[in-house]
Design a protein around this ligand. Structure first.
Ligand SMILES: NC(=O)C[C@H](N)C(=O)O
Length: 329
């Protein structure tokens, strides 16, 4: 019988109706009690870590989750984390950076409807997550509505539907049909690896979504408060220089030692700053290219990289190096 650890952090899945809306209340064992059959198939031990709506997730809590897995790694065949959906994609990416060289599955799941409700997606999602946590595959994954998504590639696309999560610029790792798992690509045999934990972060990071008319002065404020800035530009990755000159501001930021990553507001296909003048004018030697990473991965990756170095060249190198399948071009 496979031995798994269930770590709980809160979210809708653990919520009850309170006087003021849904609040995470259920403890790990209470969640499992809704799925009595699971204990006959798997040996599951529980570890409650926190009980929060994931809207309240903080970067420091990612480290708590990663450490808990690291400390228990040798004693289990796989790990399941229950988590709210709102910031699940950020957490799955962050844990993918903090915990590397995994040769066992770390599976994050949650639900759109509490497990305590009559009609709920929670039971299916936990059953699927537990099933996938028994696989011989290493890495961090989100399992939701029968889809297995690489931890660095997920976004929450829908606020209410069961198929809330999508995999961006990367195929689903697998699909789950009851007890059957269908992989999108043949599984590579995993070599025994030495798990690595690195939870250091610099949280002085900002995310800016460009819009026509955005004030350059906004970046003066960020210069005083940030070590790293992610700019969600438009389309293939251009930065405006007419009228309100944002390009000039980004150059000022990098000159003062701040790391600037350019990505795109388009969800699919990533940036390609080679195509247009508005992209080519961006200084490719200093500005960090995000290629086809998604924002939910770029933000925690930048915090994680800045936790190691503030040297602009080194930050650029690390950010542009694929980790846990986060970049494929
Ligand atoms: N479906 C959910 O889990 C949403 C909830 N607000 C959370 O992220 O914790």
């Amino acid at each position: 019988m496979k031995k798994l650890m269930l770590l709980t952090t809160g979210g809708t899945i653990a919520s009850l109706e309170g006087d003021n809306g849904l609040v995470p209340e259920l403890e790990a064992d209470e969640i499992l009690s809704y799925l009595p059959g699971l204990n006959t198939l798997y040996h599951i031990e529980t570890k409650p870590l926190m009980n929060i709506d994931s809207t309240n997730m903080q970067p420091e809590y990612w480290g708590i989750i990663a450490k808990a897995i690291y400390e228990n790694y040798d004693n289990y065949d796989g790990f399941v984390i229950t988590h709210g959906t709102d910031t699940m994609a950020y957490s799955s990416a962050a844990i993918s950076y903090m915990l590397q060289s995994l040769d066992k599955p770390v599976v994050i799941t949650g639900s759109q409807i509490p497990i305590s409700f009559q009609k709920t997606d929670a039971k299916k999602n936990i059953s699927d997550a537990v099933r996938f946590a028994c696989e011989k595959i290493g890495g961090v994954f989100i399992v939701f509505d029968g889809r297995v998504i690489q931890g660095t590639r997920a976004i929450k696309l829908r606020t209410k539907s069961y198929d809330s999560f999508e995999s961006i610029n990367y195929p689903y790792v697998a699909s789950i049909y009851g007890n059957k798992i269908e992989y999108s690509n043949p599984l590579q045999t995993e070599k025994k690896k030495e798990i690595k934990l690195d939870t250091s972060l610099c949280t002085d990071v900002s995310l800016v979504k460009l819009f026509p008319g955005i004030k350059p002065e906004y970046f003066d404020f960020l210069k005083e408060h940030c070590q790293g800035i992610v700019v969600e530009s438009y389309g293939s990755g251009g930065i405006p220089f007419h009228g309100r000159n944002i390009l000039e501001k980004l150059n000022e930021l990098t000159e003062s030692g701040i790391s600037v990553v350019v990505t795109t507001q388009c969800l699919e296909e990533g940036e390609d700053m080679e195509i247009y003048e508005v992209g080519r004018k961006v200084n490719q030697n200093t500005i960090i290219r995000s290629r086809n990473m998604n924002t939910e991965a770029i933000v925690p990756k930048l915090m994680w990289v800045l936790g190691k170095t503030h040297d602009l060249k080194r930050v650029k190198e690390l950010m542009e190096t694929p980790i846990a399948n986060d970049i494929t071009i």
